[in-house]
Design a protein around this ligand. Sequence first.
Ligand code: NAD
Length: 249
Amino acid sequence: MSNRLSKKVALISGAARGMGAADARLFCAEGADVVLGDLLDTEGQQLAHELSGHTGRAVYVHLDVTQAADWNKAVATAESLFGHLDILINNAGILSMAGVEDTTDAEWQHIVDVNQKGVWLGMKAACPAMRRAGGGSIVNISSIYGLIGSGGAAAYHSTKGAIRILTKTAAVEFAPANIRVNSVHPGLITTPMVAPLPEEFRHGITSTGCIKREGRPEEVAYGVLFLASDEASYVTGTELIIDGGYTAV
Ligand code: NAD
């Protein structure tokens, strides 16, 4: 533990499990106060309780990232409980494996609402608070499939590509306010999201990368931590790929 986020306050969406939970654990251990937002209230409250013994403090709020009012409440919680908001991790996301021809209108809209609109709403809600704090850092979780294509998951991949450019757009827009914005592009990471995927599909991905295994949530969290921290004070509008070399091959 080295207090890399000492005196920082972070809001993490989708923090009840998977990579968001790993971010929350690491951030608290590094001294941040963390607001955990998710739809999974029981899991989120349990994690906030578990983290309350760490250096940083943690609180859970119900946050549906598609709802602007939920975002405003989450930001208000950060400011009222912890005094300010410095870091936003737009991590919440959902996966659909349907291809171009198989995706229904409703499915497309739902994926876009959560994965893409949710990131925009999060930045929109957090930025006024970050301006009040004198600046901040936003990390948007995209995917390797925001950089390259693959068969299937048409709506999911579209949203992850959109996050990449939305991130750069926001980096330009928010630079005068001392707010940095970057995207993270994980490869296949072992989380509940990918648990239902067939073993052969997962093996197909890991067998083609440089490091021939799935990543762990913690291995992404350390990259998110760097971008969130003041160590990345000259880093904005960029992409951090954490994929075991999958996109290098
Ligand atoms: P996960 O399913 O384990 O966790 C996602 C969390 O987001 C869950 O807690 C879920 O309840 C929450 N969530 C879903 N819809 C929400 C909503 N409307 N409002 C608030 N919270 C909501 O998934 P994960 O693998 O930890 O994924 C985290 C992020 O990383 C996602 O954006 C995902 O697309 C991305 N990603 C995952 C992988 C992977 O291999 N696991 C790879 C690349 C990118």
